[in-house]
Ligand binder design. Structure first.
Ligand SMILES: NC(=O)c1ccc[n+]([C@@H]2O[C@H](COP(=O)([O-])OP(=O)(O)OC[C@H]3O[C@@H](n4cnc5c(N)ncnc54)[C@H](OP(=O)(O)O)[C@@H]3O)[C@@H](O)[C@H]2O)c1
Length: 292
């Protein structure tokens, strides 16, 4: 196994989980964060409490600005913090490292490619339920920990597999990003609209749920993905009724939300391709007004 130097920009639920698992296997993990989180991680390392992996405490560096080269830079802040977080990763320091974002949404891909023209920006998506409970402390619930990567980050894919994650490499970047969004956007938008879990959405907003799934799938197909609304709806029917979304939880808590990265991105992609998405537009506009 190649020993990797991995930078984690935004060591929260997603970044901290992966950072801890990689550091446990001996990779050199450097977390890029604000002063308090960086200092805490530098002193105490990353601590993960996971239903699947147990308790893991693993050493990591904590710094505020990337100055030394790395093999991989995982990009894992929330979309709302991406711009400011990227200030911690100067293009010159990154060189030809693989840059692998695991944010939900898709518009970060163009931003990263524009900002790091010499780096390999490799699309990624993660399915997991993880949260940052304190600086450097991560709680991972359940056993889901599945990462999809586009080609171009082979060493990372091998290291993540070795670290115990379920990893799949798939060639279609649009499919990788839109598969995630085709499920997430309808669930996130409607659980937030109702401020209730998916079971309530299925019962009370079934028609809207179907419409959103179909509209997002149309946009995904226009973007080159092979989206199948029927399959997404069938899968949604099997998901536990208690499922909530981070958009719903963040909205209810009065925190910043990823509404633009999820719902806004669907509307902008629809507009680029001239796809009609009236129900999604109505739902997103309603949520935008609520957040104003
Ligand atoms: N959590 C999940 O289960 C999950 C699952 C699938 C996809 N995702 C997606 O993954 C992305 C990350 O979500 P998350 O839940 O991991 O978020 P999170 O727990 O809030 O973690 C974000 C991290 O970014 C850090 N950060 C904020 N501003 C920063 C800056 N300027 N520079 C450096 N670091 C900064 C935060 O630092 P502090 O610790 O100092 O606050 C925090 O550690 C989102 O797009 C989300 O939708 C999450």
């Amino acid at each position: 196994m190649k020993h990797l130097r991995v930078a984690v920009l935004g060591p929260g639920g997603v970044g901290g989980l992966i950072g801890a698992l990689l550091a446990r296997r001996g990779h050199e993990v450097t977390c890029l964060a604000g002063p308090d989180t960086a200092a805490h991680i530098g002193q105490h390392g990353l601590r993960l409490v996971s239903d699947r992996y147990g308790e893991v405490t693993a050493p990591a560096h904590g710094i505020q600005l990337l100055e030394e080269p790395v093999d991989v830079c995982l990009v894992t802040p929330k979309a709302t913090r991406l711009d400011e977080a990227l200030e911690r990763v100067p293009a010159a320091a990154l060189g030809d490292a693989a840059v692998v974002p695991l944010l939900n949404g898709l518009e970060h891909m163009a931003l990263l490619r524009q900002r790091y023209p010499d780096a390999r920006v490799v699309a990624g998506a993660i399915r997991v339920v993880a949260s940052r409970t304190a600086p450097g402390d991560i709680r991972h619930e359940g056993t889901l920990a599945a990462v999809q990567l586009a080609p171009g980050a082979d060493a990372l894919a091998a290291a993540l597999t070795d670290a115990g994650l379920d990893v799949a490499v798939r060639p279609d970047e649009a499919g990788l990003l839109w598969d995630k969004l085709a499920f997430l956007a309808p669930v996130a938008l409607l659980t937030t609209t109702l401020d209730a879990p998916l079971g309530a959405v299925r019962e009370r907003l079934g028609a809207e749920l179907r419409a959103l799934v179909e509209e997002v799938a149309s946009v995904a197909r226009a973007e080159g993905a092979q989206a199948d609304a029927g399959a997404t709806l069938a899968f949604m029917a099997t998901v536990p009724a208690a499922m909530t979304s981070s958009l719903q939880r963040d909205t209810a808590a009065g925190h910043e939300t990823e509404l633009e990265a999820i719902g806004g991105a669907v509307l902008r992609a629809a507009e680029r391709h001239g796809v009609d998405v009236p129900v999604t537009a109505r739902v997103v506009e309603h949520l935008r007004a609520q957040l104003r």
